[in-house]
Ligand binder design. Structure first.
Ligand SMILES: C[S@@+](CC[C@H](N)C(=O)[O-])C[C@H]1O[C@@H](n2cnc3c(N)ncnc32)[C@H](O)[C@@H]1O
Length: 261
């Protein structure tokens, strides 16, 4: 990953914005769906006693949830943002949670064939070129390991539609549209075999709609307005509404890829 891209990624997530997301998504979370979405990601896969790697741990909420559900997990997470790395390391100091801030996020500081499971939720849409990272993840995955991704895709590989464009402008986010076919071809080029691709649009439309409803609850609204501005509140209600509609109309695709080596 080029230096300026890493800097751009860090700039897109100032800590104040992260805490605003946390209020919408739940403690430690920076993507939608909470526990239901995490359970769906690992559906049929037990992480008991497994060595796992997460790409883009954000505030560390997903790692924390997994460590409660699977006390014998050996978790490693990579995050480009130094402030989030500091936050997660302090908030979740459990010995089996290893939060890592890499020098270069496309180079994994691990030996080959190291992890049982590698996964990422709501992160890779931020990367213009996913190939170098996929190559590295293939290298560090054990021969009988699994690679699991949840990501936002585009139906035509060119755009996520007007609603998501508006949301990105409002929230100052740069997302890179990729079609399902192009995504699969990148995974295959790195050596992965695709076991399944799941359409998660219905659930993701509901998760985002639930955020809008949650923001309208008087206690959540009061907490939001105590910490952030009226404009930020109105923008958040609009943005999650747009995302929900974009999923419901298939302008934006939520997909789960399950891959093996
Ligand atoms: C939308 S947040 C999701 C965070 C977390 N996965 C969650 O669900 O709460 C995206 C995160 O990915 C991080 N990120 C983006 N590209 C990354 C990369 N190549 N390596 C590590 N982290 C990355 C960003 O800094 C940000 O924290």
């Amino acid at each position: 990953m080029e230096g300026h891209t890493k800097e751009n990624l860090i700039e897109q997530y100032p800590m104040e914005y992260c805490h605003m997301l946390e209020l919408c998504y739940g403690e430690g979370m920076m993507s939608e769906g909470g526990r239901s979405a995490i359970d769906a990601l690992f559906d049929g896969i037990s992480l008991t006693g497994k060595r796992v790697l997460e790409i883009g741990f954000g505030l560390g909420g997903l790692a924390h949830y997994l460590s409660e559900k699977y006390p014998a997990i050996e978790y490693y997470g990579i995050e480009v943002n130094p402030k989030m790395h500091e936050y997660a390391s302090q908030k979740y100091p459990q010995k089996n949670l290893n939060f890592i801030l890499p020098e270069n996020p496309d180079i994994m500081p691990f030996e080959a064939d190291y992890f049982d499971v590698v996964f990422s939720k709501g992160v890779l849409v931020h990367l213009q070129d996913k190939q170098p990272l996929f190559n590295e993840l293939y290298r560090v995955l054990k021969s009988d390991g699994k690679f699991i991704i949840n990501d936002w895709l585009s139906p035509d590989g060119k755009s996520f539609g007007k609603r998501v464009d508006q949301m990105c402008e409002l929230e100052n986010l740069a997302l890179f549209p990729l079609s399902e076919a192009a995504y699969c071809s990148l995974l295959k080029k790195s050596g992965f075999q695709l076991i399944s691709i799941e359409d998660e649009n219905k659930a993701y439309a509901q998760y985002n709609d639930a955020i809008v409803q949650r923001l309208k609850q008087s206690d959540i609204k009061a907490t939001f307005l105590h910490n952030f501005t009226q404009k930020e509140y109105a923008d958040s209600v609009d943005a999650y509404g747009w995302i929900s509609e974009a999923f419901a109309n298939n302008e934006l695709l939520a997909r789960k890829f399950l891959c093996s080596k």
